[in-house]
Write a protein that binds this ligand. Structure first.
Ligand SMILES: [Cu+2]
Length: 178
């Protein structure tokens, strides 16, 4: 049987191939490293994409009893900025379901979200607002409503027989406040 022999050409070719492979491996590893660092950066500096938790309570009913969550749940904090204290319960959003949340265009809103019973999902369609409403936990997320119109709050965590009807409304009126 003939055995393979290496001549000078083979060796040279092998060297070149090795060099190419090394640079491609380096390039691929560098790209993965860059993507990883970018992902970490985005998580740390969230850009409002990641909902934050304000506080945990040992009593799951505690947030539901906080003064902020009683009454209208809407508090003006600046010329056109608001805090909305949003409570999910089977199967409504307060405020939102019984009375729509009505705010002027350009309103910068921070939602403080909790649940009075089971886990709900607070999602405002057409926006980046999406966070879980958990009993005993108050999460918060901010959003600026630049476009007038009606935004629907839905529940995106299955929470029982009336889950699909757990809908609220945010009405952004055309008049821009300054
Ligand atoms: Cu729900």
């Amino acid at each position: 049987m003939a055995t393979t022999t290496h001549d000078a050409f083979d060796d040279k070719f092998h060297d070149i191939a090795l060099r190419h492979e090394r640079s491609w491996i380096f390039l691929a590893t560098a790209m993965i490293a860059v993507l990883f660092l970018v992902a970490v950066y985005f998580v740390v500096h969230d850009y409002g994409l990641v909902a934050k938790t304000t506080q945990f309570y040992s009593d799951p009913n505690a947030p539901a009893n906080l003064a902020d969550f009683q009454g209208s749940g809407i508090k003006q904090t600046g010329p056109n900025s608001y805090n909305v204290y949003e409570m999910g319960r089977v199967w409504s959003w307060t405020p939102g379901t019984a009375t729509p949340i009505t705010l002027p265009a350009g309103a910068h809103v921070t939602f403080y979200v909790t649940s009075a019973d089971v886990i709900h999902g607070f999602e405002v369609q057409g926006t980046s607002i999406n966070l879980t409403a958990i009993p005993g936990v108050v999460g918060h997320i901010s959003y600026t409503f630049d476009k007038p119109g009606t935004y629907y709050i839905i529940c995106n965590e299955y929470c029982g027989a009336g889950h699909q009807a757990m809908i609220g409304k945010i009405v952004i009126t055309g008049a821009k406040q300054s």
